[in-house]
Design a protein around this ligand. Structure first.
Ligand SMILES: [Fe+2]
Ligand SMILES: [Fe+2]
Length: 304
């Protein structure tokens, strides 16, 4: 990518900060997330969750979903924090914050579709990580949730160009990043990276955002990037894509990301992939319901 293009992306991403739509708790939350778990104080998390009434309500609803492992909705924020554990509460809170972060009218990509894909990918990443003894489950969730954050930048800062890319992708039935590259000359990976660096997200999360469609370019954290890449493919194959039909057929095991992940996690060899994808199908309906709860009822969309 040329230096002038990089400068344009940086400059437009810079302007996003001045938008009033980012909830007040979002930046303090990111700061909190950069600390190690031992340093995070319970009352600080409860304070952040309680600060914004809408976010608090969404957080309680999400915590009550079977996807987060609780059979009954928690009665209080403190109760939710105690039962779910800090890591999970933070990821739920981040999901809710991001859902509110950008104004609906600016979207080229339907927000419900985008969040369904992001949340779906986050949950698939976590399920995937749970099968691998040495993987960090909540880190995987976070990486999945944020991996396509560049689409938000594109909607906000490059809406005209991104509209064309979206049209091209729908017409040709090709992956959205290929359509972006063909029509814009850059992708959500570059714009997402610029935003992630500006927000000072952790280095491994920035790697995921920047390289999840080109794992070979990832210098560090390759196994995490590979895990997100495979989860992204799985989501797109199982009705949690970008709202249009993609023609490409995928074989996960022959994808180079599989070999990268296998090198790091030998226990991947014993994974029953057929059973895993079957379990995901069961979770897909839950994900649709959860996104409708958190981000408002989804409009009638083709589930592709
Ligand atoms: Fe992507
Ligand atoms: Fe994705």
């Amino acid at each position: 990518m040329s230096t002038s293009l990089t400068a344009t992306i940086r400059e437009r991403v810079q302007r996003i900060e001045t938008m009033p739509a980012i909830p007040a708790v979002f930046l303090p939350l990111l700061k909190l997330l950069s600390n190690s778990m031992e340093e995070v104080r319970l009352d600080e998390v409860v304070r952040l969750v309680s600060y914004d009434g809408t976010i608090a309500a969404q957080c309680l609803r999400m915590a009550g979903s079977p996807l987060f492992g609780m059979s009954q909705p928690p009665k209080s924020i403190k109760g939710a924090v105690l039962s779910l554990g800090l890591r999970r509460v933070e990821t739920i809170l981040l999901t809710c914050c991001l859902g509110q972060a950008f104004p609906a009218k600016k979207w080229v990509l339907d927000p419900a579709v985008f969040w369904r894909h992001s949340l779906g990918c986050a949950l698939v990443c976590r399920k995937f990580a749970e099968m691998l003894a040495a993987a960090d489950h909540e880190k995987a969730y976070m990486a999945g949730l944020l991996h396509d954050i560049g689409f938000m930048v594109n909607c906000l800062a490059f809406s005209k160009e991104f509209t064309k890319a979206m049209e091209h992708a729908c017409q040709e039935g090709i992956p959205l990043y290929e359509a972006e590259q063909a029509t814009m000359g850059f992708t959500h990976c570059e714009t997402g990276q610029a935003l992630a660096e500006k927000w000072k997200l952790a280095g491994d999360i920035v790697e995921v955002i920047a390289h999840h469609h080109a794992i070979e370019q990832s210098q560090k954290s390759q196994p995490l990037v590979a895990l997100v890449h495979l989860s992204d493919l799985l989501c797109r194959m199982r009705g949690l894509g970008y709202g249009y039909y993609e023609r490409q057929k995928v074989d996960l095991v022959s994808d180079p990301a599989w070999a990268i992940l296998l090198r790091e996690h030998r226990d991947l060899e014993g994974v029953d992939l057929a059973r895993f994808t079957f379990e995901l199908d069961e979770a897909v309906e839950e994900i649709h319901a959860l996104v409708a709860t958190v981000f408002g009822a989804a409009p009638a969309l083709a589930r592709t």
